[in-house]
Ligand binder design. Structure first.
Ligand code: PGA
Length: 254
């Protein structure tokens, strides 16, 4: 059985002090919820103090990005090893990286490979834009993103996929549970084609895009959806906790 996961992507929010306060506000209650993998992905500058705060906690730490080279003259970048020293997870290929920083196929592929090489667990984001969705191209787009991101990668152990329709991110306009479930089922089917049925059944696939405490159930109750990548709502301790708690209740009923 796939262990459900709720991951909070804090994006470019919180100073170190604010990040520390946010962790303190949710740590104790989150630790009471078992059987859900709980991940928070704060900005790079807060990873060190938060790692310290989470020493005895079941909450896992993730980074929001990485560079694929091991080290060297890449001013301003952060290497896989630097992140692996602090985190278990790393978000790769988020649509905001694709949109604002020109990340696409090959770069994302190199990042996934580099992360896996140092035993970091990638949360690989894929998803279609509004115009692609309206043109009925969702499946073509996600399968192309999936294939290019995973090119040459034989072992998916540790990898999580997040299906995030770009039009649903930060817009308050979430997909419906059925829509998301259908696309995620399609993605799983393609993992089976590219790898094996067993691997497809084991891999965690999350939904992301305007998930909050009020609509989380709609996604979590879907059989193909293994959890959520949460942006805005992960910055509020009570909202994030509520999403995690609801996930535990729903997924454990099954
Ligand atoms: P959102 O962001 O929940 O604020 O829509 C999700 C994401 O970008 O991962």
């Amino acid at each position: 059985m796939r262990v459900p996961m709720i991951a909070g992507n804090w994006k470019m929010n919180t100073t170190v002090g604010e990040a520390v306060d946010l962790v303190k506000a949710m740590r104790k209650e989150l630790d009471k919820v078992s059987k859900v993998t709980k991940v928070i992905c704060p900005p790079f500058v807060s990873l060190v103090p938060i790692k310290e705060l989470l020493k005895k906690s079941s909450i896992k730490l993730g980074a929001q990005n990485l560079y694929f080279a091991e080290k060297g003259a890449y001013t301003g970048e952060i290497s896989p090893l630097m992140i692996a020293d602090l985190c278990e997870f790393v978000i790769i290929g988020h649509s905001e990286r694709r949109q604002y920083f020109g990340e696409a196929g090959e770069i994302i592929n190199q990042k996934v490979a580099a992360a896996l090489k140092v035993n970091l667990k990638p949360i690989l984001c894929i998803g279609e834009k509004l115009e692609e969705n309206e043109a009925g191209k969702t499946e073509v787009v996600v399968v192309e993103q999936l294939r290019s991101a995973l090119a040459g990668i034989d072992d998916l152990d540790g990898l999580t996929i997040a299906y995030e329709p770009v039009w649903a991110i930060g817009t308050g306009k979430a997909a419906t549970g059925e829509q998301a479930n259908e696309t995620i089922s399609f993605i799983r089917g393609n993992i089976a084609k590219l790898y094996e049925h067993k691997i497809a059944q084991e891999i965690r696939i999350l939904y992301g895009g305007s998930v909050n405490a009020a609509n989380a159930v709609e996604f979590i109750r879907q059989p193909e959806i293994d959890g959520a990548l949460v942006g805005g709502a992960s910055l509020k301790a009570t909202e994030f906790l509520s999403i995690v708690t609801q996930t535990a209740v729903i997924k454990l009923q099954k």
